[in-house]
Ligand binder design. Structure first.
Ligand code: PLP
Length: 391
């Protein structure tokens, strides 16, 4: 007898972790629209408008702006493998899991990697890079703008000036940043940048928006060696996404519809209103968590609105709380990774998740679970504090 698996009935969760985040219902509907061919004239208009909307959220005029057909990590690989040839010098800034991953990716691409470290929960200042830039004379400097493992919000502009003065290209991880906080590719002179759909773009995982500056494309087109990855070779992808529309791989049609609708939602809301919504909900959540006596794991002044990393109070059972949040309240939050494992919770307010109902729900649930474990605070105080911010 053939095995027939049970029907698909995923539970309705409230996704408040480090991604995936809540999917807007309009995006879910777009995913189910008629599939057309990947060279169908209709699909080509969708690709054009997708690129146009991506340029707007990246705040760039870079012609080479598109979506790589895979998750955010493939965005990381695509920017690194196109810019790096074996033996090239690259500096990677590491203050969490994703800087660590970039070191691994760069090493596999044959880069001669110099890592510059900062403690988890902190950010880099230009001074942290000066000595390494002078010693390593890098071709590329890689940095994470929104470090999802720690909640740290890295300023880019001043570091960009320093990197360009040293003659290097700047590569930025904006997987969690894009759609949640301003990302100004042209103004900040970012040469290569990548993101993912499942963080602040309110879309399921599956695509990685990327953008390459004309300067970065010059470097790619004048390589001495072929890009090691056929799939991610941006000189070939440029022919599929450019005017020629040369077949490269079958575009993920329905995922592209999903991202298209997600970007339309951001355009309708307006970029500034979208950032303001993330910030307002963050301030409300922070007021509530503070009323519960919880402290942020990220330095003050550099806390991301969309990723709230808080230290787990002494005597509270990390796994028990997260399990009860999921089983009793249907809420997913993230545990700590790496240096923060068992020490922090990561509460996401990304994209469609960043709404008052989710903030009040998670605070109400946390109050109950912390009280059950004997944590002392005034009952109801977190809800009152959050509502105070919403005014
Ligand atoms: C999630 C994330 C990634 C990896 O993206 P995937 O979609 O999981 O492959 C890379 N960098 C940062 C900062 C992230 O938050």
């Amino acid at each position: 007898m053939a095995y027939i698996a049970p029907p698909l009935e995923p539970p309705a969760r409230v996704l408040m972790g480090p991604g995936p985040s809540e999917i807007h219902p309009r995006v879910l509907r777009a995913l189910g629209a008629n599939t057309v061919g990947h060279l169908d004239p209709y699909y080509l208009t969708i690709m054009n408008d997708l690129q146009r909307m991506l340029r707007e959220v990246f705040q760039t005029t870079n012609p080479m702006t598109m979506a790589v057909s895979a998750t955010g990590s493939a965005g990381m690989e695509s920017t690194v493998v196109n810019l790096i040839e074996p033996g090239d010098s690259m500096i990677v800034c590491v203050n969490g899991v994703f800087g660590e991953r970039m070191v691994d990716v760069a090493g596999r691409a044959g880069a001669n990697v110099t890592r510059v470290d900062r403690p988890w929960g902190e950010v880099f200042s230009p001074d942290d890079l000066k000595a390494a830039l002078a010693a390593a004379k890098p071709k590329v400097v890689g940095i994470v703008m929104a470090e999802t493992s720690t909640g740290a919000w890295q300023p880019i502009e001043e570091i960009s000036k320093l990197v360009h003065d040293a003659g290097a290209l700047l590569l930025v991880d904006a997987v969690t940043a894009l759609g949640g906080v301003p990302v100004k590719v042209d103004e900040w002179q970012i040469d290569a940048i990548y993101s993912g759909t499942q963080k602040c773009l309110s879309c399921p995982p599956g695509l990685a928006p990327v953008s390459f500056s004309p300067r970065a494309m010059d470097v790619v087109l004048n390589r001495k060696t072929k890009v090691q990855s056929w799939y991610l070779d941006v000189s070939m992808l440029a022919k599929y996404w450019g005017a020629d529309r040369v077949y490269h791989h079958t575009g993920p049609i329905n995922m592209t519809y999903g991202l298209y609708e997600a970007l339309r939602l951001i355009q309708e809301e307006g970029l500034d209103a979208c950032y303001a919504r993330h910030m307002l909900n963050h301030r409300a959540l922070k007021a509530g968590l503070t009323a519960l006596g919880l402290k942020y794991a990220t330095v003050e002044g550099h806390q991301l609105p969309m990723l709230n990393a808080v230290l787990i109070p002494d005597g509270i059972d990390d796994v028990k709380v997260r399990k009860a949040l999921l089983e009793r309240f249907g809420i997913e939050i993230g545990g700590g990774l790496g240096a923060f494992k068992g020490k922090a919770w990561r509460i996401g307010l990304m994209g469609h998740t960043a709404r008052p109902n989710n903030v009040l729900l998670v605070l109400g649930a946390l109050e109950q679970l912390l009280a059950e474990q004997g944590h002392k605070f005034d009952r109801g105080s977190s809800i009152a504090a959050a509502n105070g911010v919403y005014g």
